[in-house]
Design a protein around this ligand. Structure first.
Ligand code: SF4
Ligand code: SF4
Length: 241
């Protein structure tokens, strides 16, 4: 049974996906490089920074509750719900050279000189003509749809996402200092080993094992709460501690 909380989450990520053509450029890894080469802080650089800040408190909650790529990927579960077991390192192999290029270009141009949040958009819209529409759909299929269908559930999040590392680093900083933040709590004595949480996890985590060890922190956890809402014996809960 889908709980009210999960219906709300499904609605949020679907609406976010339908609005993706509007916000596409604000999450672009390419435009941030172009803008940095011109000494400009663009919309995506601002958004990436805000994602890092948000992760200091809510971890990868953005991935679970708001990301436009989430709506598309979870809709694909209807066609392909294979679990993804390996490959999380790949996104770091992409992210490190990408971030290095941004830093290099920023230094080369003498630092940022202006902010243009709507850089390369048309009155704030990302997709506004045939060329941008074709580019958008090509990127959507190559980076999100095809990996999801070939490699399994939320393959883009595991293997390719350039935003996830910002949030993983933010979450790691929180874990070092241990201040209150949104997290999961497990009560292993309440677990009846039905395997539902592991089956439901959109990030293919071994949730039942995490519950058994009462160690729910995982850098791939997107705090979506599907394990919380699916558990028949309330062995997993959200907490702010
Ligand atoms: S859904 Fe709950 S009871 Fe079932 S395996 Fe997971 S934690 Fe245990
Ligand atoms: S462990 Fe639970 S909250 Fe984390 S991604 Fe899996 S289902 Fe979502």
């Amino acid at each position: 049974m889908t709980t009210k909380r999960q219906r709300i989450r499904n609605g949020l990520i679907l609406v976010s996906f339908f609005l993706f053509p509007v916000f596409f450029y604000y999450l672009s890894p390419a435009l941030v490089i172009m803008a940095s080469g011109e000494g400009t802080i663009n919309g995506s650089l601002v958004i990436f920074f805000l994602l890092f800040i948000s992760a200091l408190v809510v971890g990868r909650g953005f991935c679970g509750w708001l990301c436009p790529a989430a709506g598309c990927q979870e809709a694909l579960f209807l066609a392909q719900d294979k679990r993804v077991k390996r490959g999380n390192i790949l996104k770091w192999l992409i992210w490190v050279p990408w971030l290095s290029a941004i830093i290099y270009l920023t230094i080369k141009t003498g630092g940022y000189k202006k902010i243009d949040f709507f850089y390369q958009t048309h009155y704030g819209l990302s997709i506004y003509d045939l060329q941008s529409f074709i580019t958008y759909n090509l990127i959507l299929f190559i980076l999100i749809v095809i990996p999801g269908l070939v490699f399994g559930k939320r393959s883009f999040c595991h293997h390719l996402c350039w935003m996830a590392p910002f949030m993983i680093i933010g979450r790691s900083i929180r874990n070092v200092f241990g201040y209150p933040s949104l997290q999961l709590r497990a009560a292993s004595e309440q677990c009846i080993h039905c395997h539902t949480c592991t089956d439901h996890c959109p990030m293919s985590l071994e949730v039942e094992e995490m519950v058994e060890r009462e160690k729910m922190e995982n850098q791939e956890c997107i705090l979506c709460g599907r394990c919380v809402d699916g558990c028949p014996n309330d062995a997993i809960t959200y907490r702010m501690r």
